[in-house]
Unconditional design. Sequence first.
Length: 490
Amino acid sequence: MRPCHERRPVGLRLAASPAVLATMLALQPHQVQAQAFQGTPNVILGSVNRITGAGTETLVVTADQTTINWLPSDSGPGPAPIDFLPSGNVANFVSGTGASYTVLNRIIAADPSRAIQFAGTVTSDPIGHIWFYAPGGLLLTGTAQFDVGSLLLTANDPVGAAAGQPYLDPFGNFRLTAAPDSKAGISIDKGAQINALAADSYVIAVAPRFDMAGSITVNGSAALAAVEDASFTLNGGLFDISTSIGSAAGGTSSITGQITGPAGIGGQGVFHRIYLMAVPKNDAMTLLISGGAQIGFDIAAAADVDGNAIILSGGYDIKASAIGEGVGQFGQLPVASSVGEALVAVDNANFTSSVTIRSKDRAEVQAISGGLGFASNLAVFADDLAVVRAVSGQLLQVAGDLRADASTYANLFAGASHSAGVAEVSASAGGSISAQGNILALANGEGEGTGSPLQPGGTGTGGSALIGALGGSVRATNLIVAADGLGGAS
């Protein structure tokens, strides 16, 4: 065994046998077509044994953390994407030691603004964590299929990787940063399939914007985040996701496909989550779920709120929480650098697990173009406007409690005053809302305390709360409306 590039302390390695002569040639600086990935690799961290064939390749990873820099063979200018894994080609990652591994594939085109396209198949053993990064974004076409242990797709470079340093610490912490004001995206087209079926797996996509119309199946947790800078901590199925810089892409990041998987079991500490996040920088940004999207884990476990939960954030950090509902799953305050308006919008979709939404501005769950179904609880928190509506003869059904909440929740014990926003649950023009539990519309304003008997607390001003059937119907076990003001304690 010898390094491909002897001037480097680590490199791509091959079995030194005449039977693998073609593979050895494939590792030379020139490009050879008999391989899956259309590019030239250079390992800058860890060690890999590469075996290529006609339209196929197997990469045997022999380090716990590996980085491969790929130079695509298509060196032309944009804007067309680079067909890095053509349809019919198959790339397979396996462990050479039997131990779990993470391999980062950094795909840096001659024109780094070009997106990298996958139309073929990527596979790995169950212990493989396969990461792909391209500064111009990633595109999975309708023929793409990923059957891997876990998967990360990003247009934000993992910190440390470019210098050949480790990018994932032993505690599951890593950071992803894009170029300033990048507008690169992750696009998963209809027909594309991502399967991560090993226990405690993950599927993560991070870029300034994303569009997910394909299918994700994960036996663990999934996270899609539209941000420029993101820090993650992975703790089993529970993630901390924080950002210091929101996305400059603006516009809409959407989910019209499906994100599903086997159920977690909260009582056994098996937590499955789906995290969806959009944080605007300066321009307004919408996190949109529509088009018949199917999101959530096995419906038989819908009542296990702690084991299975869906968390949507517009402008808030996400906090790992073993409790699968409530504002404790978010930061107390919006992301400080987020200036543009954040809208979380939901229409024409089905959810098979508990849903909690929090937006620093608006959250609108509206059955307009199609019905909405929630197999567990629905809680919509927003600082300015929290709305749940059914119109135009559409049906919105919730199997548990339904809550629209524009109350204030921050309490940093600084004596600040707070005013609540507007909370509304309404049905009109023949629309219908039904909840098997309670329906709540809350807009309570509470001032912060001070923790000192010598310092008065802040004032709290209630907002506006409404539950209404305006040419439609609203049904629940109980209807609860509150818009109170409460001063903070000294």
